[in-house]
Design a protein around this ligand. Sequence first.
Ligand code: HEM
Length: 336
Amino acid sequence: MAAPIVNAEYVKEINKARRDLRSIISSKNCAPIMLRLAWHDAGTYDAQTKTGGPNGSIRNEEEYTHGANSGLKIALELCEGVKAKHPKITYADLYQVIMIFSLTYIMYLLLLCLLSYFMLHVSHMLLPCLGKFLVILTLSSLFAVVFVKLLIHLCYSLNIWTVCLAKVKTKGIQVLYMDNLLLFQLAGVVAVEVTGGPDISFQPGRKDSNVCPREGRLPDAKKDFQHLRDVFYRMGLSDKDIIALSGGHTLGRAHPERSGFDGPWTQEPLKFDNSYFVELLKGESEGLLKLPSDKTLLEDPEFRRYVELYAKDEDAFFRDYAESHKKLSELGFNPN
Ligand code: HEM
């Protein structure tokens, strides 16, 4: 699929989508699942083969039915609602639609002229004066009808969206909808923002893809720090990224029917703060979850150093999280 042209119109559309996402995420309290969607779309990236990554492919059944993505269909459907509100028709499409309209009418007029010429010619040869008058009358009414039709058409054209969408459907011209991956990554950024987390700079212009990575690229919650390193290094990310991004578990909870695990990581799972690290250092707490992949962050000295830093310095966590999240959302994408 072609990369979208990031012009002023596209940026305006993104800002509108951002506002819609903000209102959906706040009203439905779905920040955690939206963040998980963005992470799971991006976390399949393989830096060596340059496959997977934040490319919207998770919207395909082949990928969202992977075991690790259990439950994410809910987030996909929420995004679908936002996407439907932001069809983006390129100028090229628009020109094509207008051209088809104009061509139809020009041909219509040409045919009418030819017909009139032919009829006048025949009437001149065959008919008396009254006959000529009748033919001219008929032709003038025909012209009047065409003129009125053209006027109606012009008014109709003023409502450009309606015209485009209707004609695009019937003429089969492709509407370029807002890219899925853009929406998923935007949803991740907005999820962090509306729950009180840091602002994450967002660069549009990625390309949607339909190519799904094979199953098994996302981390396994039952494994240790070496496995985490294998997975995140494959993406081209660092130790610091692993710890900072794991702080995403400050939001949400695990669901037994999805992952087999149960419960939230923090007391306030709809608030983005550094409490994930504070709780991790505290050890087991009644009602709170620690996955084996969370606990393993304390086993490696380099990892533990970051856990301790982020537990005592929320600003450092926010700064590093924003940086790592941006990296994650831009894997395989060079904005320049
Ligand atoms: C949820 C594993 C990294 C964000 C979960 C769940 C598991 C898991 C098992 C529970 C799913 C469920 O039952 O609904 C892991 C592992 C990671 C990892 C092994 C490796 C480090 C991340 C990262 C982020 C993230 C990097 C975001 C930056 C979330 C969120 C939820 C979640 C927000 C809660 C979803 C909800 O409430 O519906 N994760 N995760 N995770 N994960 Fe992770």
